[in-house]
Design a protein around this ligand. Sequence first.
Ligand code: ARG
Length: 419
Amino acid sequence: MTLWSARTGDTSVDPAVAGFLRADDTELLPYDCAGTRIHAERLQLAGVLSDAELSEINARLEEIADAGASLLEPTDEDVHSAIERLLGPVGRKIHAGRSRNDQVVTAFRLYVEDAARQAAAATSQLASTLVDRADAEADTVMPGYTHLQRAQPVTMGHHLLAWCEMLLRDRARFELAAEHAARLPLGAGALAGSTLPLPTSDGQLPNSLDAVADRDFALDYLYAAACLFVHLSRMGEEIILWVTSEFGFARLPEHAATGSSMMPQKLNPDVAELTRAKAGAAIGRLTGLLATLKALPLAYNLDLQEDKPPVFAARKDVSQALAAFTVLVRGLEFDAEQLRAAAADPLMLATDAAEALVAGGVPFRDAHEQVAGSVRDGSFAAPGDAEQSAAARRAPGPGDVAAAVTAMRERLARGTTTS
Ligand code: ARG
């Protein structure tokens, strides 16, 4: 029995077709129960459902949401059909003034809002962990790099705060995605609304065609997830470099690393590697949904059923990667001696030497040439050491990490904004 069998009579859909068309949407079940509850309340206000019917529906929806996926049957075309079936006799009234087209996007918006808010909170959590590490490493000098060549001394605190900046922007993107998702398409029906006197409420989307066809909120979420993963992959790549014998800047915590099945000495940065790889899938999900939406005519098309699996997968990856990455950075052991030794390379103070000449009135280009000459002929003398050099370069440089840590903690506590 399908929801439209009165139209097709005895002809049943071929199993190969039904199997192909079936939605992969089990995760949506509790959100569809929540959306159905909002619709039921509107039906009661419109006089379509009695108070008693509304209470019965609400009680049943709660049971369905609690029992979850165990109630689904292989013959259910999607969770929407399943919920109508599971509501029993009272379910025969629930679909008045509604189509699965506005129903699915209502549930999906609730899902994305929830996923985005959770991602924002978990991103904040990772950033807080990093601020604590930055605080502890405020004065730990290390080489700063451009082109992966030693450039100028910075501090580990300054470096970790740079990671926090990325995460603060990610959090803002997730919060924006949540805000964009928090609108109600109910009342749009299949595409053109309904003749029933259904009330509207806050957050109502004003155009029924757009309400059933728009998936920008899902793109926003996937974009936020892709940016987060790109950032985690950049951090992960640095951790991978730092824990090599070649760099030796940090040691992996054993509870966030794996060994080798063959080589007894190995400790591998698997969390960072897997995060780096998952960035690829995160980017793919965004470009995949963009391609699905491209050139799609208004209003609803079944193409839109393909919007959910990438978002479900992104939610799982985002939450697992952030949790594992937080454990990794919390446990990373920095080797201050090794970092200091690498930062002690006197040539990294060549820019400081040129700037000292500029402070004495020498045009910068002349100062640059003079210092470059002394580097070339091996007579360069560093003006001071790495600690002094890092401390002398004030905000936005590494000079005052303690103040930058305090500012970052305030920004994290304030939420939503990036500045
Ligand atoms: N399962 C569909 C989806 O995920 C919702 C219902 C589709 N509507 C339809 N008329 N076939 O988008």
